[in-house]
Design a protein around this ligand. Structure first.
Ligand code: FES
Length: 591
């Protein structure tokens, strides 16, 4: 009898692996048809990097590295990775960082949204392909955090989000400025010829004062805040600016938390539930968050079979006040939000609206985290429910014959005088048409008209670019016009403001009613009635549709072909249809 068969049971050799219970380096072995050999080979290769058997016996914490020279919003990634690694090792784990693609808003053609699903697939597959017991997702710039949460939700490995944090604000001739609400404001002034070429160049140097994400409540800040509300981030992890010691400490804490999550197998499906998604929707409303947050949250929830009901969203919007006074809806910047107590302070104010029993990455509930949060103090960035900056939620869901599947308006950033408005449509057939004609002095347009832009939806551009923030026609801008009603099937940056109707569903490129709007048609917007109506009778619309049949855009090959064939509409998060969960497990918000 050999040692290996003593007691009737073979003793475990150093390269034996049971795939059902495998942990650490033995997880997810490469398929060579011999598991022992696969583990033997894997260990041999990783030992080439100098790792010991002791290190390889630890729980492995993957760290997604999205640092890139093309992504200044992630410019502090090396420092954060170092801090996460420190946290992992202090807690007894083995950190392993690995790259995925990185998507920056301004360095992604045709638009970053076109690449979000690709990044989510990269994230999901590399988490699944490589051995890790938990994963730290480091993201920040607009599409990266949703992509990572979508991928992690599908991969099913314990996952925790770390954001890179917001950039610092700059100063232009004594005025505090930050990306990118002030980018748009100054560009609007330049277009209106209120400032000259020298000044706009000076502003360009000051808008982004450090690495990190946009300093207002744009999409990146919105996603950071709602990720904390989802429970997918350490408490207080959303708001620390990128270049602060607080941000580095958050990173260290994130690493340590990931090790605990690996031990307890705290998988995303236990945290991303109907309750936590509803908490995130409440926070999206209370921060006056980016309209993009709805699309991304819908996509994240869709990975776990949770549907977001737009009518329910509108209902809770009517009862959730906007409490955070940040640009573009308010005055301050993310670093002020952090100094005011950040998300724990906001969540404390929102407590009556939240599901406090929702689980978080710490293994504690949201309510337990709030009980342990630092005490409140006097500040003027996060208001109380009794003294909100806007009495009801920042977003409204519109319906009508122009948007049977819904449309969104960010009412907290809109002009109250235009929220009940009827006007004549001035139509642009696509973004190129708009670029060609919008500044033409011969354009037949007045301030009371409604600008309509077609073919910037999910398949139209493609990728649903942030072109919904149409510029005010130059001749009107010169005359002092600052806002007009604008309607499209696209998105707008979370940093933008104006009376802008977005996400018109179904989109025009697949034959939604928006495709059939013509110059001179009358359109009625009533935010009070939640209505967006094309005042053209059904028979005339049917005649126009018959005269101009529309087929879904296609492409010959590659990712673009996959995108155009499988991308869903805004009400399904613009995710690919084959990436969404096959069944609906829950619908939120509840009635
Ligand atoms: Fe990266 Fe704004 S451009 S967050």
């Amino acid at each position: 009898m050999t040692d290996e068969t003593k007691g009737g049971k073979p003793a475990k050799g150093p390269f034996d692996s049971d795939s059902a219970t495998a942990q650490g380096v033995a997880r997810g072995l490469t398929n060579y048809g011999d598991k022992g050999f696969s583990l033997f080979l894997r260990k041999a290769f990783i030992k080439g990097a100098g790792l010991s058997d002791d290190a390889l016996a630890r729980p492995i914490i993957g760290i997604v590295n999205t640092g890139s020279s093309y992504n200044p919003c992630h410019g502090n990634a090396p420092q954060l990775i170092e801090a996460v690694k420190r946290g992992v090792m202090l807690a007894g784990g083995l950190p392993m960082d690995f790259p995925t693609i990185s998507v920056h808003e301004s360095f992604s053609q045709p638009t970053s949204m076109y690449l979000r699903n690709l990044m989510s697939m990269d994230t999901e597959e590399m988490i699944r392909a490589q051995p890790m017991d938990a994963v730290v997702l480091i993201g920040g710039c607009d599409k990266t955090v949703p992509a990572q949460l979508m991928g992690a939700a599908s991969a099913g490995v314990p996952a925790i989000q770390l954001v890179t944090g917001s950039m610092l604000t700059g100063s232009h001739r004594g005025e505090r400025v930050g990306a990118c609400t002030d980018c748009r404001r100054y560009w609007g002034r330049y277009r209106a010829e209120e400032i000259d070429a020298v000044e706009i160049a000076d502003v360009n140097n000051q808008l982004v004062a450090s690495v990190g994400t946009c300093s207002v409540m744009g999409t990146a800040s919105t996603m950071a805040c709602i990720t904390e509300a989802l429970g997918m981030m350490v408490a207080g992890g959303a708001s620390a600016p990128a270049v602060t010691a607080d941000r580095v400490r958050v990173a260290e804490r994130t690493g340590a938390t990931a090790v605990a999550m690996a031990a307890s197998r705290l998988t995303p499906d236990r945290i991303l539930t109907g309750k936590s998604i509803e908490n995130a929707l409440r926070v999206l409303l209370a921060i006056g968050g980016s309209t993009n947050g709805i699309v991304h949250l819908t996509a994240i929830a869709g990975r776990l079979g949770i549907d977001i009901d737009l009518a329910g969203l509108d209902r809770i919007s009517r009862e959730t006040p906007v409490l955070v006074d940040l640009k573009p809806s308010g005055q301050h910047y993310m670093e002020d939000f952090h100094d005011a107590g950040g998300m724990p302070a906001l969540l404390r104010e929102l407590r009556p609206f939240l599901h406090l029993d929702a689980l978080t990455v710490s293994g504690r509930t949201l309510g337990e985290e709030l009980d342990a949060a630092p005490p409140a103090f006097k500040q003027d960035v996060i208001r109380t429910a009794a003294s909100p900056i806007y009495p009801v939620g920042g977003l409204a869901v519109l319906r009508g014959n122009l948007a049977p599947g819904g449309a969104i308006i960010k009412q907290s950033a809109a002009n109250p005088k235009l929220m009940e408005h009827e006007g004549r449509a001035v139509v642009f057939e696509d973004a190129e048409d708009m670029a060609l004609r919008i500044d033409d002095d011969a354009l037949d347009v007045t301030a009371d008209d409604i600008l309509v832009l077609k073919r910037i939806g999910p398949t139209g551009a493609p990728g649903m670019p942030e072109a919904g923030y149409m510029p005010i026609p130059k001749k009107l801008a010169r005359a002092g016009v600052k806002d007009m009603v604008r309607i499209s099937d696209g998105r707008m940056s979370g940093t933008a403001a104006g009376t802008i109707v977005l996400h018109v569903t179904p989109e025009s490129a697949i034959g939604g009613p928006l495709a059939y709007v013509q110059n001179g048609d009358r359109i009625r917007l009533s935010v009070a009635q939640r209505e967006i109506a094309l005042l053209v009778d059904d028979a005339e619309l049917a005649r126009r549709a018959a005269a101009k049949p529309i087929t879904r855009p296609t492409a010959e090959r590659g990712y673009r072909k996959l995108f155009l064939q499988t991308v869903t509409q805004a009400d399904q998060g613009v995710d690919f249809d084959f990436l969404r969960a096959g069944v609906t497990n829950d619908t939120v918000p509840k009635k």
